[in-house]
Design a protein around this ligand. Structure first.
Ligand code: FAD
Length: 306
């Protein structure tokens, strides 16, 4: 591997950009941890931060509260995730309106998983948007939003083949999506092949790799099982025997994520979306490594109004 000396730019002069994904906290303790994370990662000046939306609108209030707090108390750009699960069009449109009213200009538009859980057959609400593409269309109709969508380098588990998967991505782009963020993956060749497939299908929007730093290997395995992400044997071997050794686990996790990100930079990738799991340490360390450091001029906290 070559020696890296980045300063927010690659050796070719390309600018590196990051975004961070959070989930809305359930308890006061989780809220405190999320806020520590936002405070630590904010000064890295991400392009945006996003807040997930629970299946069936189960986190509607918490997602809204979290997005509002980010908008009100930080200078960060916040994107709200939104899903179509178990809601008719009117209900989804109402949520879009509520977000717009609080100043949200970016959305991550998703179909979502069935409320019964991943793996159950997806049944759209009879009066609802049936997939991500229809939700993108609704958002684009409603306002001048920046709309991100999902992409699946290993194809979505419900897609019978890559052609169907890419076709859905194309529909989302045709309806107004300007960025795709991928499901997490660990094999960069798989990502690169997917991007090539998309480009061949006439999809030219950025397809930003979703990077999952592995805070907890066992938990990651559960996520991977649910969303169809392949966990290579070499990765499992690296974490073998570390169940009761959190310090080494953390060091290995940082090394694995750094290796993946540095390799993607070598392949020409300039944007990264981090699934933070509401923890700052690993994304912060990886950003440091690639030259993304806290801005000296910009503090994350906005001064309280006089
Ligand atoms: P879509 O893009 O609408 O469809 C996914 C795939 O299913 C398509 O590629 C297509 O091949 C197939 N498909 C769908 N409809 C049809 C059809 N009519 N005919 C044939 N094939 C079809 N989930 C949440 O609940 N909340 C979140 O906040 C959230 N954030 C996410 C963020 C990112 C970046 C990603 C990658 C995923 C996120 N998810 C979230 C998970 C997502 O909701 C699930 O993966 C869900 O199963 C699919 O949603 P989608 O928007 O990708 O679906």
């Amino acid at each position: 591997m070559s020696q890296y000396r980045f300063s927010r730019r690659t050796e070719n002069g390309a600018k590196l950009r990051v975004s961070f994904e959070f989930f809305p906290p359930k308890t006061d303790a989780m809220e405190e941890r999320l806020w520590e994370t936002v405070t630590r990662l904010g000064p890295l000046e991400p392009a945006f931060v996003s807040v997930t939306y629970g299946a069936g609108g189960s986190t509607r209030e918490r997602t809204a509260r979290t997005v509002r707090r980010i908008l009100e108390e930080t200078p960060l750009t916040a994107a709200a995730h939104l899903t179509c699960v178990d809601a008719d069009r009117e209900a989804v449109d109402t949520v879009i309106g509520e977000f717009a009213e609080m100043g949200v200009k970016r959305f991550v538009a998703l179909r979502g998983d069935p409320a019964e859980g991943v793996g159950a057959a997806y049944r759209p609400h009879p009066g609802g948007y049936t997939n991500g593409a229809e939700l993108v269309e609704a958002l684009a109709r409603r306002g001048d939003f920046d709309i991100s969508v999902s992409a699946y380098p290993e194809k979505h588990p419900e897609s019978p083949d890559f052609a169907t998967d890419i076709e859905m991505l194309k529909r989302k782009v045709d309806n107004g999506a300007t960025r795709a963020i991928t499901q997490f993956f660990f094999d960069n060749d798989v990502y690169e092949r997917y991007v090539e497939r998309a480009r061949r299908a006439g999809i030219y929007i950025p397809i930003v790799p979703g990077i999952l730093p592995i805070h907890n290997f066992a938990q990651m395995m559960r996520f991977a099982g649910g969303c169809g992400a392949h966990v290579p044997a070499w990765l499992a071997e690296r974490f073998e025997g570390l169940e009761d050794d959190p310090v080494t686990h953390q060091l290995v996790a940082a090394a694995v994520a750094a290796e993946q990100v540095l390799d993607l930079i070598e392949r020409g990738v300039e944007d990264f979306h981090f699934y933070t799991m509401n923890r700052a340490d690993l994304p912060f360390a990886i950003c440091h490594l690639i030259g993304i450091r806290p801005s000296a001029e910009r503090s994350n906290a906005r001064p309280a109004a006089a």
